[in-house]
Structures are given as C-alpha cells and as structure tokens.
Design a protein around this ligand. Sequence first.
Ligand SMILES: Cc1ncc(COP(=O)(O)O)c(C=O)c1O
Length: 411
Amino acid sequence: MVPNNKEEKSMKLAERMNEIGFALTAGLIIEVNKRKAAGKDVIDLGLGDINFGHPPAFITAVIEAVQNHVNAYTEPGGPSELREAISIAHNQHYSDFYKDKIIQPDYNPDEIVYTTSAKFLIVASALSLANPGDEIIILAPYWPPYIDAFKLPGAVPRICHSTKENNFFPSPQYLNSLITNKTKGIIINTPHNPTGRVYRFKELKCIADIAQKYDLAIISDEVYDTLIFDNNVHMSIASLDNDTAQRTVVIKGLSKGFGMGGMRFGYAMSKNPELITSLKKVVSNTITCGSSILQTAAPSLLLNSIDHVITIREEFEKRVKFSENVLSEYGIQFPKVEGGIYVFADISPYLDRTMPTSTIFAEKLVSETGVVVLAGGACGNDNYIRIALIQDVDMLKEAYKRLTKFINKHG
Ligand SMILES: Cc1ncc(COP(=O)(O)O)c(C=O)c1O
C-alpha cells in the first residue's frame, strides 16, 4: 500500500542531534530574508557578512577557469599551486602594509590544508582531536558555532566566562580550574568575535603555558587577522615558540579579510603533520575537495588583490570609529574595538522585567525598529548585543538613531 503522504513517520535520529541546533547565524539569514520578502524595512547588522564585490583579477580568473572547462576533483587539501599561493600570501602577510601589524610563523604548502570554509575546518579539527566525552575549553563570549562544532564528534564544551571587568580574558587560575583529565584542547579567537579584542602576548602566553602544562591542542581561529585597527598587532599564538606551534592549528579564510563569505574559502595551517593529515582525511571522506573552479582562480585572488584587503580594512576602521563615537555619545558602553567587525554593546542597563534577556531585547528591537542584531546570549553573555558593522556609515547612523529611540522608549 502506498503510504499516506500526510502521515508523519518518526525516525530515530542519532542522540547527538538532540543536542545540536541550527547555527544561529542560519536563523538570522532566514529572519532577515523573511522580513525583506514581506516588504518590511530592515537594517541588517546581524551576521558578519562582508560584501565588497569581487576584485577584477579574480573575476577574470574565474571566467578563464570556466572557459577552460576546469572540472575535475582535486586533492583533498587543495592542489599544490593553490597551497603555494596561500603560503606566499600568508608568509608575506598579504602585503607590506601588514609587516609590522601581523606576527605569525611562515608555513610551507605541506603545512596547509585548503577546503570549503573556515567553519568546516573547525569541525574537521574537532573531529580530528576529540573522542566522545573529551572536553574542549571555549572562552566566553564566543562565536556561537564553536559549541555545536565540538558537540558533533561528541565532545563536551567547557565554557570559560570572562567579563568587562577582566577585559574579556579569564584569569589563569580560573582557566586552570576548568582543566580535567578529559580536557583535550582549547579554542581561541583573535581578533575576537564578538568583543573586538586583540589578544596580547601575555594572554597568548597564558593559553600556551596551560596547553603545555596539560598537553592540550590549541585551535586558533584567526579569520579576522587583517582587520586590525589603530596600533594593534595581530599575534598568532603559533608564533610564541616551537612547542606551541606544534600543538596548534590556525584557522583562516577569505570570508572576512577579502569580504568573500559566499565563496566558502577556508584554510588551516599547522606545524603538526599528523593533524594536517587528519584534516585532509576528514575532507577526503566528506566533501572530497572544494570547487575546482574556485581553487584554480584563487591564486590570482590571493596574489593580486591586496588593495582589496586594505580597502576593506580602511572601511571597517571608519565604521568602527564612527560607531564608537556615536554609541559613546548615547551613553552605550562597549569594549574598545581593536580588531574585527563587531561592536559588543552592553545592554544590561536596559534589561528589566519586560525585557529580561538579550534575546527578547533583540527580538523587540527588530520588530519595533527593523534593526537586526545578534543577542549576546547566543555568544554566552546575556548582557550584550553584537552589532555587525556590515552597513555603510549612513546606514549605521540610521540604525543607531533607531536603537537609541528604542532604548529611550524602554529604558
Ligand atoms: C570567529 C569566526 N570564525 C570563523 C568564521 C567562519 O568563516 P567561514 O565563512 O570561512 O566559514 C566566522 C564567520 O563569521 C567567524 O566569525
């Protein structure tokens, strides 16, 4: 008998899926699209989706790859031409402009794995490092997908909170107290999403010392490395010493610095050959490889589009300065934005019985003003909202006008 289509058939999914949701970022995309489709006014400051168009050299290279019918599977970690281009671009810090602003080790092409997105490489790192039940330390506030990335292989996230009082970095004692005999690694992110912090040598050394003491792996998410402002210097934890470099995998990509999130271009770098092989195994047994067209065109993007990267940094510096001035004028507090593309705004003075959480704040804000932000609760701190500076200064001006009107109404 043909089953009735309307009858719902239950399926026994893996238990781990009860623990895992959609990335909140996916929810934000759906919400924004729904509002736009309904013809509603929306100022989207929700996702860190940077879009400055494609540099001309890249457009030409993509067209050429299509015209040349480039269409074969590639090596799982990317063809050698691509890994060489990543290595050159990385080792030269993309350009002279960054020579005093980025401190990191050089990597040769064999120490690099390219694949579809930085995010996938975080999941691949989790799969490579964690057995079910192993614990991973995640510093809060955090980029929300870290949690579920580690739950996928059955690892247990251990959240290490920090607040504005300690400049959003935990004390070494507190960090130490979270280590158990199941702790496998620690994930860090600098420049930081959502706080805008750029970790200093002392902070990186604190992580490195703990990793050394307890033999932990370090996943260092550095996707915002070129988006640093004022006199801040981006230092990779892998640059501290050889031992730290050996236990670290650095995650990078083109979504932020090159403003090309939709290309899904990510790469991992490590001095640890076993980890590199493991990441390639994950890619090989899941997606096989990334798009051959993109991989063929990417070297010209990496090697000829430095102006594009610098233009994006300059534009974000302008938006950061503008936001800091306006929000301070309105009496809204936030940690100084040293790097990245977010303002982490303190909304604790406005939370009350009618608006008790950052999620309700964000929901009311969008329904009453059309301004979309990410609730800080999603990042592990409910006293904040994360404002992604993905609109130009004029649009930000309008968004802040609406935000303050909203605060004055509810405050
Ligand atoms: C801290 C952090 N890491 C990784 C990513 C993901 O990068 P990709 O687009 O390459 O997956 C993001 C994107 O917002 C991010 O903010």
